[in-house]
Design a protein around this ligand. Sequence first.
Ligand code: COA
Ligand code: AMP
Length: 632
Amino acid sequence: MNGEYEKAFRESVVDPERFWGAAAENVQWYRTSDRVLNSENPPFYRWFEGGVLNSCYNALDYHVENGLSDRIALIYDSPVTKTVKRYTYGELRDLVARCAGGLRQLGVLKGDRVVIYMPMIPEAVIAMLACARIGAIHSVVFGGFAARELAARIEDAKPRVVISASCGIEVNRIIAYQPLVEAAIDMCSYKPSSCVIVQRPESPAILRQGRDLLLWDVLMDAEPVACVPVLATDPLYLLYTSGTTGKPKGVIRDNGGHLVALTWSMKNIYGVNPGEVYWAASDIGWVVGHSYIVYGPLFYGCTTILYEGKSVGTPDAGAFWRVIEEHGVSILFCAPTAFRAIRKEDPGGQYIKKYDLTKLRMLFLAGERCDPNTLLWAQKQLNIPVIDHWWQTETGWAIGANCVGLELLPVKPGSCTKPVPGYNIRVLDAKSCDVPAGETGTIVVGLPLPPGCFTTLWQNDKDFVRTYFSVYPGYYLTSDAGYIDTDGYLWIMGRTDDIINIAGHRLSTGAMEEVLASHPDVAECAVAGVHDPVKGEVPLGFVVLKAGVTKMQDLIGPELITLVRQKIGPIASFKAAAVVKRLPKTRSGKILRGTIKKIADGVPYNVPATIDDPVILDEITEILRGMGYPRT
Ligand code: COA
Ligand code: AMP
């Protein structure tokens, strides 16, 4: 160990202004900031106030102006369409500049919102960067969400323009996106003035006259525009994430802090070099996609990969290794679930042996805790360091990691290693006291949060303060529980709220319960996240039917599954619902979801002293056994 990590961490918490002020010297400003940090109005900290920059300039133009026009910026690799397409920094800059011009012609101005509901195609990246170029705020909505979820985001963000594609392509089917956009807009009282569609040959869209335009027509007709200088504190994007209610939270990310933090992270967390190929196998609809498919690698002059496929099934469990060999990937970043899926199909790593993976130096995992078995399997098969790191949409980059660019610390499987410089982590009990090493508590981060973290919720300062900063004043509440061991390693063990993690995707069981409760036959319901060997967790629904309803389980179950699919989307992976006579509750009426989860997972549990009627637990155990739980 060379002590670089400890040194950087100490400097970052002792004198954050000095630390991040130095990091800010590595990015391009039109005007540097008057002050590194404004702490006058906590928890509304402002990084690099007065600084003027443009994120798209830093991602593209800067590299082009510095002789890297011919370097590959983006590789679009799409096994589902059998396409590989490469874009140099110069080509991407020109396309983005024209797209920005097109958005201008549609009336999009600095500060306007643009909703992007798209599959993993280059036009999605072009659209995001075009927004950044003119200071418009993009809000990308993941394609696996249903029309109603898209509608909620359109209603809240009030975008001038919605950009979409005619379809997305999944392993086994084509999903027409445009009808979903149409349905979403119909549901909204707010109407965007234009919809810009990418027409895909696999399933072309029928356009609505007067409102819909084709993206490539918009681009053809447009004049390229230059980058618009924005303030460091101006919002770059708005990204909705699941909260503890059915209403998603609009996380706001600023331009300056984001640029400084991501640039710092590329070197110091990922240890990547400019010009190397960096692949985050995620989706642009998630924060990982924003930070490490689009912005981080481009800020740092890397080649990024946009992969329209899965780890298995496109066409087989060798899909990742094919991409790594074909494009010379140095760093791979994905969710543990992707590796569990590969391992299930190829436990002996036969596909891995078929490909040349010599360029691959490091594997980073995030999105959910990586179980030690998966980590050790990946390490053995690939023979490279496998690094779990802990993230949230709110922070936009890792909170806990092994910062291999500073120093590779010994890996402890199951731990995300140590707090990243800038994150002053504490583990507290309900009385705000530090818990002893090794004991589980609520994980909080001392303020200020480092640059790059969310600055507020979209038009909702009140919930920003109430949700994240009021429980433990002076700290950011992560809503994750875990512990720090005697070596200072951080162990993230699970959420303290109703969020569950399905295949690395964050979803709210509360939102699913709202959907189940909307079924006319349902009196009461509960959704618990239970263990799944590939996806980590999957939701399981329990419903009590209204008096007099005699519908059988095999009728109501599929109805409820369809309802969640229609209202939230396929990504919720809601595939099982059971009818029960009663739900297990405390005497005060609180549903014992945690106990249901333990029964389903086969984990020993104590019958809560406050339970209303313990017999219900036996009934639930029986029902779960009939459904094949616990699973291995
Ligand atoms: N548009 C429309 N539907 C989508 C979609 C999209 N963009 N993405 C996923 N879906 C659908 C899938 O087709 C599937 O539908 P189905 O229930 O009809 O089969 C459902 O949503 C669930 O998708 P997913 O969770 O991706 O499951 P899967 O069985 O198709 O694939 C894995 C399993 C493990 C291969 C896949 O979950 C995976 O690679 N996960 C990685 C997740 C990730 O990158 N997370 C980001 C954090 S870093
Ligand atoms: P999201 O906002 O979608 O990135 O999801 C954030 C949540 O995912 C966190 O609050 C954690 O519960 C979980 N999570 C993400 N990465 C990890 C990790 N490496 N270890 C444990 N939990 C993780």
